[in-house]
Design a protein around this ligand. Structure first.
Ligand SMILES: NC(=O)c1ccc[n+]([C@@H]2O[C@H](COP(=O)([O-])OP(=O)(O)OC[C@H]3O[C@@H](n4cnc5c(N)ncnc54)[C@H](OP(=O)(O)O)[C@@H]3O)[C@@H](O)[C@H]2O)c1
Length: 211
């Protein structure tokens, strides 16, 4: 699949490397001249390339957004037309003061993103753990893989993203429409409060057990 990353920091670089090594054609968007994160990510895999933002989006089937939430609107609004019809994987989390929900739990960041780019096929994914687990999702002592919960309104987009989730080493768990994004964002806050603000190890994931 042709995949473009907007944002190549902790999250973007980890996923870009994994997907490139899995055989996808992965491009890092140059959102500004001399981006330290893009240069560093390019050094992590010879399979990665970089292109100017508009060109990178125009050539993509799926676009991953992995930027600070506060930057999303400024980046995405000018790209709204270019994103129409493309899968837009929202990896971002709105985090507010004191590790609260950044939109006061009134609306999810992904629904806000969908309203900014109405033609994009938004799927929220890769958000519920810290980047350490995106860098290395292996938990070899267990027979099950870590669950990656994702949601969105477009069935075909979700099917494509579920394959990308599997390629990254997770079990893809479809939790429903984009209306579920708010709950995934709270799940993220739970993990962040346990690990970043608490004493738990970042090597902590959820698994889906069924009977
Ligand atoms: N960190 C985690 O463990 C984690 C886990 C899951 C989800 N998330 C979410 O994922 C998103 C990215 O987090 P991160 O930890 O990867 O952040 P990060 O390491 O700080 O990387 C942010 C990336 O966004 C780019 N960027 C920043 N401001 C920008 C702007 N105004 N315009 C264009 N590009 C901009 C940066 O480029 P430059 O290098 O040029 O500044 C960098 O490539 C956040 O929304 C976060 O909540 C984080």
């Amino acid at each position: 699949m042709k995949i473009t990353f907007i944002g190549a920091g902790n999250v973007g670089a980890a996923l870009a490397v994994r997907l490139a090594e899995a055989g996808h054609e992965v491009v890092l968007a140059e959102t500004r001249d001399g981006s330290a994160s893009v240069a560093k990510a390019l050094g992590r895999s010879s399979r990665l390339t970089a292109k100017p933002l508009e060109e990178a989006v125009a050539g993509a089937e799926a676009v991953f957004l992995a930027t600070p939430f506060s930057a999303n609107e400024g980046i995405v609004r000018p790209l709204a037309d270019a994103l129409a019809g493309r899968v837009l994987v929202d990896c971002t989390n709105p985090v507010g003061p004191g590790l609260s929900h950044g939109l006061r739990s009134e609306r999810s960041g992904s629904e806000l993103l969908q309203s900014i780019a109405p033609g994009a096929r938004v799927v929220k994914a890769f958000t519920i753990y810290g980047y350490e687990n995106l860098d290395d999702p292996r938990y070899p002592a267990y027979a099950v893989k870590p669950a990656m919960l994702f949601c969105g309104d477009d069935a075909a987009a979700k099917e494509a993203v579920s394959e990308l989730i599997a390629d990254c080493g997770f079990e893809a768990v479809d939790v429903g429409g984009l209306v579920q994004a708010l709950h995934l964002e709270h799940m993220t806050l739970l993990w962040v409060r346990m690990v970043r603000a608490g004493k738990q190890s970042p090597n902590l994931v959820w698994a889906a057990l069924r009977r």
